[in-house]
Design a protein around this ligand. Sequence first.
Ligand code: PGA
Length: 247
Amino acid sequence: MRRKLIAGNWKMNGSLAGNATLLDGIRVGAAGLKAELAVCVPAPYLAQVQAALSGSSVAWGAQDLSVHESGAYTGEVSAAMFKDFGSRYVIVGHSERRSYHGENDELIAQKAARELASGLVPIVCLGETLAEREAGSTDKVVIRQLKPVLDAVGTQMAGIVVAYEPVWAIGTGKTATPEMAQQVHELIRGCLAQGDASAATGVRILYGGSMKPDNAKELLAMADIDGGLIGGASLKSADFLAIAQAA
Ligand code: PGA
């Protein structure tokens, strides 16, 4: 049985004062929830998040990391640094990294492998654009994005989380229907199973893209939707917790 994971992606949002209120709400509301909760925050706030959430059931982490271990890489943050602050998860391959920072499938796969080697859990994002969906190439795109990750992580596949995030649904208020999402999640699970059938049944596949309290329940009821990667709705503790309760 896969335990549902509801992970917040704060993106480039937050302030010390605002985070304190948000984290307090999440910490209190998380007690007794069946789903696992996590927040992926901007790196400068990790110390604050660690202090606020230590001893709670909520995990934390970041939104991107360097593919390098250490050294002369100005502006980059390493996996070991995230570990130093108690992180469990780091997102890789978010569509905003792919489109605004030119990250390609190969780099993202190497980042996922770097994370696993450091004892972190990569949340590997993939998903098609609207043009790709309309051209009927959703399956092809998702497989193209996933394959290099599977090659890079090899026998450690059980240690990853996958997040299917159709680009056209991110921050737009448009969400995939539960059936549309399930179809892609099933495809992803099938692709994982080609690598390792037994590990594939344990890998959590999250849906992301305008998941909100009012649509979470039906999405999370689908057989292969094992949680959510939540952007906008993770910035309000009441909304974030309502999604977690739906899981
Ligand atoms: P959204 O973002 O929930 O605001 O659509 C999801 C994401 O980008 O991870």
